[in-house]
Design a protein around this ligand. Structure first.
Ligand code: ARG
Ligand code: ZN
Length: 420
């Protein structure tokens, strides 16, 4: 009847909204490999110009990807030419690539809600409310090993839920924290954390040892407002969605917003920048909610992991200085165990090193804060693979990345037990 018709119409509207509205028509993504510091500096001089977004920043001897608007293209190509650099075109029209993702998403939307009911099948990227529903359901279904901690609301009022999985959720074991999606567009990260959660919570027998004498705290989506925004409006959104002092510019980079050497390096005071550090440290409620939970549990959490994408890196502190932490050899050898396990599971190898030395200097990261301020001894940022797709990793890759990463977590867990 009429009610049914209205439901159908509403549903179509939901699906309509799920198609990102911002067009990336004729945006290109280029990959360059600078060989000298001079070339790196020359490339970096393009940073901050409208229409230039370094997805992975230039470093000597490594490939770097940059997204370029049609208006900025001439200037960028000219600069690359004059630096004697050649480039590979990863996408000549990002909107077409976006289109593929949109269609995948829209089709899955119709089929998906049922699949999510049963288990996480790694066949698509879930919406935030679906992830929230799944978390509530898994807690109901497995009360003896799953507890949910509501750590507060986001800027737009979404709930942030940390899922606690253990063979004994009241035993107060040594703990491992895993978060993902602090940067909104890095979709493979929440998908990977969600799979880990589903395996730990729902697989009765296969991973029982991982729950034994260990508490897992998993925050599947650390930046829910941004994540939702990448599904509805702008696939390439990175930051939170808070208002700023600049009309028309929204959000801060939550991974520049933690209060440990805040805003010292690799961050911006400009609210329109992709790496805006925020009005002040912990100006972003999402970062603040995470801080409070980590701080309250700092004595039991021995390992902090933050999933990002992309580039195959296991990064340990510091991001604020090129110096190494005193115990960097332990950090490195534990990361090597995780890498070995992932490679055994079929992954491309990960590059291991300190954030500053391996990637770039950037202060105010959650990993630095976890180690430097909260005193959590092992702290890592894991940049998952993007292959040639970058942030828009096709859904057909989710299963392999999630499973390989889960083997990494298994190795991390046994290292935590061994070092305890
Ligand atoms: N790609 C990540 C970012 O830009 C790397 C973070 C590494 N950690 C750090 N504290 N800088 O946020
Ligand atoms: Zn990131």
């Amino acid at each position: 009847g009429l009610a049914g018709l209205l439901l159908v119409l509403q549903h179509h509207q939901v699906d309509g909204q799920a198609v990102p509205a911002k067009s990336y028509s004729n945006f290109t993504v280029l990959r360059v490999s600078p060989a000298t510091q001079e070339q790196v500096t020359g490339l970096l001089s393009l940073d901050g110009r409208p229409g230039v977004d370094w997805w992975t920043p230039p470093r000597v001897g490594a490939p770097a990807d940059v997204m370029v608007s049609p208006e900025a293209r001439d200037a960028v190509l000219q600069q690359m030419n004059s630096l004697g650099l050649q480039w590979e075109v990863l996408h000549s029209d990002l909107q077409q690539h976006n289109g593929v993702v949109d269609r995948e998403l829209a089709a899955a939307q119709l089929a998906g809600r049922v699949a999510a009911d049963a288990y996480i099948d790694n066949k698509r990227y879930f919406l935030y409310d679906e992830i929230e529903d799944y978390i509530k359901r898994v807690a109901e279904n497995h009360p003896n090993r799953v507890k949910v901690h509501d750590i507060g609301r986001t800027f737009e009022g979404r709930r942030m839920l940390v899922v606690h999985v253990s063979n004994c959720p009241y035993c107060n074991y040594t703990a491992i924290w895993v978060d993902a999606g602090i940067h909104a567009r890095e979709w493979i990260a929440p998908a990977t954390a969600l799979f880990a959660l589903s395996q730990l919570a729902e697989n009765e027998t296969a991973h029982a040892d991982m729950r034994e004498q260990l508490d897992w705290y998993i925050l599947v989506v650390a930046n829910p407002d941004g994540y939702q925004f990448t599904h509805t409006t702008d696939r390439m959104w990175r930051k939170t969605r808070s208002t700023t002092s600049m009309p028309g510019c929204y959000g801060a980079d939550p991974n520049r917003n933690f209060d440990f050497h805040w805003n010292e390096v690799g961050a911006s005071k400009n609210p329109c920048s992709e790496t805006f550090a925020g009005r002040n440290a912990f100006s972003e409620i999402e970062a603040k909610n995470i801080r409070t939970f980590l701080w309250d549990n700092r004595l039991k959490i021995k390992l902090y992991i933050s999933y990002h994408s992309y580039g195959n890196f296991i990064l340990y502190p510091w991001g604020y200085t090129a110096e190494n932490p005193k115990d960097w050899q332990t950090l490195k050898s534990v990361a090597m165990k995780a890498n070995e396990a992932m490679v055994r599971a079929g992954s491309e190898p990960y590059t291991i090193g300190s954030s500053t030395q391996t990637l770039y200097a950037a202060a105010g990261g959650s990993d630095d804060w976890a180690k430097g301020f909260a005193g959590i001894p092992l702290s890592y940022t894991i940049e998952l693979p993007g292959y040639k797709f970058g942030f828009q990793l096709p859904t057909s890759y989710i299963d392999a990345v999630a499973r390989q990463s889960f083997e990494g977590l298994r190795a991390f867990a046994s290292e935590v037990k061994r070092l305890r």
